[in-house]
Design a protein around this ligand. Structure first.
Ligand code: SAH
Length: 235
């Protein structure tokens, strides 16, 4: 936790917060902070600043907070991620959030198990947790938007063209001749497949929607490695 992300309910006064639970334990056990020390804080969706420890014990952490700078700039990318299994989803959401992705679309594919769509990792706190951890990791404050698209064909045919308008559309597909571009400074919509890969029909549909298949080389990577590598390579 390189930044303590603060939400409206944490504030007991305009410049004071009182924290308990996970954040308190982390500051006690990992930071081992003491009264008078300053910790990096950020207002959810807002600015970054400092929190001076006023009180720290097993019951709570009280900070006097000031905010002075903007969070880091976002990546100009929409990540179109084929829904992976819940454990992998959490890792990919955390990594993508820490790299600055602000829009993540979780979509279906033939090779996605139906049960994945019923996972607690897709709702409420289950979904928010890896996003918050990613922001805290990277010292960012702006939560990404996550859209769920459980029907492949209607999504790709009817919604994806408008959703990706004005961006370079890429689908990461191993063993494609075209190499994934480097150092792109304009918006990109990047589709990443399921652990078993896209089926040919899905690649065709994505191509009809304007997506160019591209690859990172002949090594086939795990989804979480592929996402991180693609984002690092593109931007
Ligand atoms: N056996 C599958 C592998 C899927 S890997 C197949 O042949 O398609 C899961 C996803 O990660 C892929 O659909 C792709 O989007 C991405 N990926 C993995 N390795 C990649 C590479 N070398 N180049 C581009 N994308 C890759």
């Amino acid at each position: 936790m390189n930044l303590i992300l603060l939400f409206p309910e944490d504030f007991v006064a305009t410049d004071r917060v009182l924290l308990s639970g996970r954040r308190l334990r982390h500051v006690l056990e990992v930071h081992r902070a003491a009264v008078g020390q300053c910790l990096c804080v950020g207002e959810a969706g807002g600015r970054i600043g400092r929190g001076e420890v006023l009180r720290l014990d097993d019951d709570g952490l009280e900070l006097a907070v000031t905010f002075e700078r903007e969070p880091p700039p976002p990546l100009p990318v929409t990540l179109l991620l084929t829904l992976p299994r819940p454990k992998v989803l959490k890792r990919v959401l955390l990594a993508a959030t820490s790299l600055g992705v602000k829009r993540i679309v979780l979509m279906n594919s033939f090779r996605v198990e139906k049960s994945f769509w019923k996972s607690p990792a897709l709702v409420g706190e289950g979904l928010r947790e890896p996003l918050i951890l990613g922001l805290e990791q990277a010292r960012d404050t702006v939560l990404p938007e996550v859209l769920l698209k459980p029907l492949f064909k209607p999504f790709v045919e009817d919604e994806l063209p408008a959703l990706s308008v004005g961006s370079t559309r890429l689908v990461a597909h191993p063993l494609t001749e075209r190499a994934c571009p480097r150092e792109v400074f304009s918006p990109v919509t990047l589709a990443v497949g399921p652990e078993g890969g896209f089926i040919p029909y899905e690649i065709e549909k994505l191509q009809e929607a304007g997506f160019l298949p591209c690859a990172l080389g002949e090594r086939i990577l795990r989804v979480e490695t592929a996402v991180t590598t693609l984002l690092a390579r593109l931007f």
